[in-house]
Design a binder for this molecule. Structure first.
Ligand code: ADP
Ligand code: MG
Length: 297
């Protein structure tokens, strides 16, 4: 590989909106044969909108209170789910003060909501998060969660150590995802959908894109495990993601591609940055690498 040809390749990439970190990244781009795709923010817009609030039976909480508590806490979150819930609380003029906010990537958020002296501990996130924090999640609540998942991404809300309901948000596929997945497949890459989101939503998205292999409900660590398992099968794995929750998997993959619309953590972990949130750039990147390295062999 002559340095000049590599420079021409990376230069051409930059013109296309594909920032390649170095010659090794170009080589890795050429040789990948599986592509692991994050769902939220990568295949979908990640611009979620509020869909519903379902208070738990017997919680004594109404939908407005549920949105106010969850949305106030999520006002401090960068996650698409959080932003959607926060926007709804803001729209309703229901934002309350928050202290001790913590984001738990791939799981949810924790903090205290309410004016000084009247703060309540609040959690918003997956059932696993509530359980990990010692909040019981009973059958009725799991039923409400399953009902919510029919309409989108559903998360649980707890206050004072008790689960009080479900909030549902939804987003949509990016216009370019269908073409991009078809393009990746035509280059011989096996697509795999990977998401922390629920299985109902994940399979709906996979079906729309013709992706057969789906891993849903996975934690950021499990994302790494899925990449490793493919590598153990002898695959050369590309991973495309946008979130903090994808950073470890992006670093583990033979080739990490970060969506430029995503978080700094993803871009730092990746070997390639796609400057526009358009997965077709990943297809262009593979084509470019193959062409460049074919010329110089
Ligand atoms: P994805 O892999 O689809 O990008 P994440 O790993 O970021 O999803 O999140 C997985 C799940 O964790 C979400 O579907 C949601 O249930 C929960 N979650 C993550 N962040 C938040 C948040 N800020 N508020 C509520 N739930 C969250
Ligand atoms: Mg994401």
């Amino acid at each position: 590989a002559t340095p000049t040809a590599l420079m021409v390749g990376t230069g051409r990439g930059a013109q296309l909106g594909i920032l390649i970190k170095g010659p090794e990244a170009l080589e890795a781009t050429r040789s990948v044969d599986a592509v692991v795709l994050d769902k939220t923010g990568t295949l979908t817009t990640g611009e979620m909108t509020f869909a519903a609030a379902l208070p738990a039976a017997g919680s004594g909480v109404d939908a407005d209170t549920l949105v106010a508590l969850a949305g106030s806490l999520e006002e401090h979150s960068e996650h698409p789910v959080g932003r959607a819930v926060a926007a709804e609380a803001r729209r309703r003029g229901a934002l309350l003060p928050v202290s001790d906010f913590t984001a738990l990537p791939g799981a949810g958020v924790r903090g205290r909501v309410g004016p000084p002296g009247a703060e309540h501990p609040v959690l918003v996130g997956r059932a696993a998060l509530l359980r990990a924090e010692g909040v019981p999640v009973d059958e009725d609540l799991l039923d409400a969660l399953a009902e919510g998942e029919q309409g989108g991404t559903a998360v649980l809300v707890a206050r004072d150590g008790t689960a009080i309901g479900v909030v549902v948000v939804a987003d949509r596929l990016r216009d370019t995802s269908v073409e991009a997945v078809a393009g990746l497949r035509s280059l011989g890459l096996r697509p795999v959908l990977l998401t922390g989101d629920n299985a109902v939503v994940a399979h709906r998205v996979a079906a729309a894109l013709g992706i057969e292999e789906v891993h849903a409900g996975v934690s950021p660590e499990d994302k790494v495990a899925v990449v490793r398992a493919l590598q153990a099968e002898g695959r050369r794995v590309a991973m495309v993601g946008d979130g903090v929750n994808d950073a470890a998997a992006l670093a583990t993959a033979d080739l990490g591609l970060a969506m430029g619309s995503g978080t700094d953590a993803a871009m730092e972990a990746g070997d390639v940055t796609l400057v526009r949130p358009d997965l077709r750039l990943a297809v262009d990147a593979v084509r470019l690498a193959r062409r460049t390295l074919r010329t110089i062999k």
